[in-house]
Every structure is written in structure tokens, then in C-alpha cells.
Write a protein that binds this ligand. Structure first.
Ligand code: MBD
Ligand code: FE
Length: 285
């Protein structure tokens, strides 16, 4: 896995920036237009917030120039998606999901790709022949908040490999490695065959890593599985699930862990590795 070891923050960052731009502007892309009055209100508030900090904390020219240099570098490294998703998205997600009654969601992060390969209700995720990691069987049901099972629901999963790399963002990985879309079967059941992911460090050699080092923080996220669950007539859920005992469950750099998102894996009764049950409950649109 030599290619992955040489993965560079600037490369992942550039890929993440490009993919985001395509999703926002491509066919069916979400429009980025925000109403003038709202831009006036929010942009003024952000600028005032920063000015207030400068005045209250007596920010020096040295500090102001360090900030300026760092902001330039975030753009050069393509790390705006990473910065925003790690430090800001969790609040946006909290606001967006306030009204929901079904399963908890959390942030999407910078590494989602649409249209991953479709698999049977009990299929195995695309992976290399020698993919490192312990097998994980992830079984459950998709249903509505009123209990209606949702056969045909889509369960999209993406996660990092054992070294913490996501396909299509780090070099040297097959296009759809550790990404798949399961179509729920009878009673909305699915049984995903994948590998248990390892704890994950965000790239440390770019601008975000520079901030982390300069502030004496750490770059870790707990091991996690990313999901999107969807069915016609229901609100899509974007979520992540975590494993008990991970040293970073309580200090995720991306503040994306919630108690409802903790899995309860057991030794797989049918073979190697682990088995875990988890159901997804969707809100009607
Ligand atoms: C990730 O894998 C991730 O899930 C988030 C939220 C931020 C950076 C990398
Ligand atoms: Fe992730």
C-alpha cells in the first residue's frame, strides 16, 4: 500500500474541493444562492464577531498576519472542505436535524461520493483481495417512524481503509474501494459485509494540520462508518456510527459523536470478526 503512504494533504484537499464544486454546480447540483437580506445579516455578523475578538483580545499585527498567511494556505491546500466539515458542520447539522424524530444523524464530512456500486441486500463492500482489517457484518432494518418497514430503501456506506484513506481522495486505491449502496430487501432488511474501520487522523501535513500543531490540539477522529439512508417519501439521513471503547469517542476533532450513534458489536457467531445490529428509522417528508 505504498501509494497511500505518500498521500498528501494538498492532494486529498484538492480532490475534496473539486468534488464539492462538481456537486454544487453539476447536473442536478444544489444551488448555492442565498437571499441578499440574509447574506447582509449573516456576513455582517461574522465580520463583527471577528472584529469584536480583535478588540477584546487585543490581537496584534503578528497574530493578524499569521491568520492571513494561514487563510491563504487553507485555500492553496484545497482544505476549505476539510476545515469547514471538521470545525463548523456539526452546528449546521444540529440546526438542520432539530425537527427530526427518527434515527440521529451527524455530519457528512468531506469524503462522500454519490452513486457508489449497488449491491444486494446482503452484499459485500468492494475491497481489495488483501484489504487489511477485521470482518464486520452490519445487519438491520430500515423502517419509518410509524414502524412501516421500507423494502427497497437505499443504504449507502463509505469508510476509510485500515490506514485511514478514503478511495477517490487518496492515491493508489480502486475507485470504489470501501464504498457501496445496499438495497434493503424484505421487511427493509439489510446485511452489510465490510471491515471494521480503524481510528482516523485528518491529514496533518496541510493547513489544518498546521493549525492543530500550532494550537497543541490532536488530529484524531474515532473509528467511524459513514451512512446515507434514503427511501422515496422520506427524509434522507446522513449519519456516522462509532465503536465503544475508542479513545477518541469523547474528543472527536470533528465534534460528530452522539450517544445514539454508538454501536454494540459482538463476536460474529457465524465466523471471523464482528457482528452488529443497528436499525435506521426515517421521518416522512
Ligand atoms: C473524515 O473522515 C471525516 O469523517 C470528517 C468529518 C472530517 C474529516 C475526515
Ligand atoms: Fe470520515
Amino acid at each position: 500500500f505504498d501509494a497511500e503512504v505518500t498521500a498528501k494533504a494538498a492532494e486529498s484537499g484538492a480532490n475534496a474541493s473539486a468534488r464539492f464544486r462538481e456537486r454544487m454546480t453539476g447536473a442536478g447540483g444544489r444551488s448555492a444562492m442565498v437571499d441578499t437580506a440574509r447574506v447582509n445579516y449573516l456576513a455582517s455578523k461574522v465580520i463583527k464577531g471577528i472584529n469584536d475578538i480583535v478588540l477584546e483580545d487585543k490581537v496584534s499585527y503578528a497574530e493578524y498576519n499569521a491568520l492571513k498567511a494561514w487563510l491563504i494556505k487553507v485555500g492553496e491546500d484545497g482544505e476549505w472542505p476539510l476545515f469547514l466539515d471538521v470545525w463548523i458542520e456539526h452546528s449546521v447539522e444540529e440546526v438542520a436535524s432539530e425537527h427530526r424524530e427518527g434515527s440521529k444523524g451527524t455530519i457528512e464530512g468531506p469524503y462522500y461520493i454519490e452513486d457508489s456500486p449497488q449491491l444486494e441486500w446482503n452484499g459485500t463492500i468492494p475491497m481489495r483481495d488483501d484489504e487489511p482489517g477485521n470482518p464486520l457484518v452490519f445487519a438491520g432494518q430500515v423502517r419509518a417512524v410509524d414502524g412501516t418497514p421500507l423494502p427497497g430503501a437505499k443504504v449507502e456506506l463509505w469508510h476509510a481503509d485500515d490506514l485511514g484513506f478514503y478511495s477517490q481522495f487518496a492515491p493508489g486505491l480502486p475507485e470504489w474501494n470501501l464504498r457501496g449502496t445496499w438495497i434493503a430487501g424484505d421487511e427493509g432488511r439489510f446485511e452489510i459485509h465490510t471491515l471494521r474501520p480503524a481510528p482516523y487522523q485528518i491529514p496533518t501535513d496541510g493547513a489544518c494540520g498546521q493549525l492543530i500543531a500550532a494550537a497543541g490540539w490532536h488530529a484524531w477522529r474515532p473509528a467511524h462508518l459513514h451512512f446515507k439512508i434514503s427511501a422515496p417519501g422520506y427524509e434522507l439521513i446522513t449519519t456516522q456510527l462509532y465503536f465503544p471503547g475508542d479513545p477518541h469517542n469523547d474528543d472527536d476533532i470533528a465534534s460528530a459523536v452522539k450517544p445514539e450513534l454508538m454501536l454494540n458489536p459482538i463476536d460474529n457467531p457465524d465466523g471471523e470478526g464482528f457482528h452488529v445490529d443497528y436499525d435506521f428509522v426515517l421521518d416522512p417528508e
